[in-house]
Design a binder for this molecule. Structure first.
Ligand SMILES: Nc1ncnc2c1ncn2[C@@H]1O[C@H](COP(=O)(O)OP(=O)(O)OP(=O)(O)O)[C@@H](O)[C@H]1O
Ligand SMILES: [Mg+2]
Length: 351
């Protein structure tokens, strides 16, 4: 069996890298690292500053001394469409032929400009139709991501969606309850993904363009401070600019934005619940760097009336504590969910 790829999560605030080894005993963590990238290098999932992204990838691979060249990456943003569609029942062979035509009805991009993929999520729904999760990603976006990876002297061998990587990370650590529905919400800096897994199957996936930047921007505005200072206040650190401790107003601003963000998530959950009769979501799991805003957990709990837990992507992973800076690893674990999910992929996996 081929070894795992290195999970390379190219996020808009930082690059995250996870490497694991899978043995009969389970998953062992081999490497974990992150490298900040300059703001505006990636905007809405699109790479604006290739050089900065390449440098960051090179830096982190160099620092961690990773020799493996094959990586699994994830794409997202406005150039990716994920949609649940229903088609007449057909064989897999027929589906392979038909999917391009089906996609044309549902994807607002020129069919020549996209790669199409799909997953069967229900062989037969109540109307006798087959339900699929259709994914369309623009070639331009895929080419841009592949180019930065190659420029960093690596080989992109698996391309995934962040939401699916989060699901893989979750499943490997917590298992997917076969008769329960859970919502997995990954909240990064600029994009959040919502993934509802019903009885072990992804049934609903949506991206919303809100994340940790909304907090930073609001602190900047309300406290009249610059980006760096606002970012430091948000994570509860002493300001690098003024050396001041976190002002009391910060919590109030964080709570305000958490309400807004939780409301945004709730709109998606409500949409799902309204269009999927008889399904109840038992628990909501948060991951991504912004899952660490404590008022967000409370706000999501209040709006959704669900239990909310922050995912630890290393929950069920063997870690040699002599090789890792454990406090650093613990403090950054929620950021690693996508990269960990990608690190579980092997070359040649279905993309
Ligand atoms: N302790 C913390 N408290 C609050 N926010 C935090 C904390 N640690 C990180 N963040 C925020 O989490 C975000 C980074 O998370 P993550 O690495 O998941 O995003 P990303 O992958 O870079 O972004 P995206 O996926 O949106 O492109 C930043 O907005 C950062 O400020
Ligand atoms: Mg991210």
């Amino acid at each position: 069996m081929a070894d795992n790829c290195v999970g390379l999560d190219i996020g808009s605030s930082s690059i995250k890298v996870v490497q694991v080894k899978e043995t009969k005993k389970g998953v062992q963590l081999m490497n974990f690292g992150l490298e900040p990238i300059p703001s505006q290098s990636i905007v809405d999932g699109a790479i604006m500053n290739q050089g900065a992204v390449v440098d960051a990838i090179r830096n982190v691979f160099g620092r961690l001394r990773i020799r493996e060249k094959r990586v699994a990456i994830a794409v997202g943003g406005h150039s990716v469409i994920i949609k649940k569609i229903s088609v007449p029942p057909m064989t897999r062979g027929e589906l392979e032929e038909q999917i391009k035509w089906e996609a044309e009805h549902h994807v607002p991009f020129d069919p020549h400009d996209v790669q199409i993929d799909y997953e069967v999520i229900n062989e037969e729904n109540a109307q006798g139709q087959m339900d699929l999760l259709l994914v369309a990603a623009k070639n331009e976006l895929l080419n841009d991501y592949a180019a930065v990876v190659r420029d960093a002297q690596l080989k992109p061998v698996v391309v995934d969606l962040a939401a699916f990587a989060v699901q893989n990370a979750f499943e490997r650590n917590y298992g997917l309850p076969p008769d329960e529905s859970v919502a997995l919400v990954n909240i990064g800096a600029s994009i959040s993904t919502i993934n509802i897994v019903v009885n072990g199957v992804t049934t609903f996936t949506r991206e919303v363009t809100i994340g940790g930047n909304a907090y930073t921007e609001e602190i900047q505005k309300q406290l009249s401070v610059g980006y760096e200072e606002a970012e430091a206040y948000k994570v509860g650190a002493v300001s690098p600019v003024s050396g001041e401790v976190v002002p009391g107003e910060v919590d109030r601003v964080l709570a305000q934005v958490s309400d807004l963000v939780a409301g945004e998530f709730q709109r998606s959950l409500d949409f799902f619940l309204a269009t999927t009769s008889g399904t109840e979501i038992s628990k909501l799991y948060l991951s991504g760097g912004s899952a660490q805003v404590s008022s967000l957990q409370r706000a999501v709990e209040a709006k959704s009336r669900m239990a909310v837990e922050v995912v630890d992507p290393f929950f069920n992973v063997t870690i040699d504590e002599t090789r890792f800076d454990m406090p650093y690893l613990r403090a950054h674990a929620p950021l690693a969910a996508v990269a960990f999910g990608l690190a579980l992929r092997r070359p040649g996996d279905d993309v």
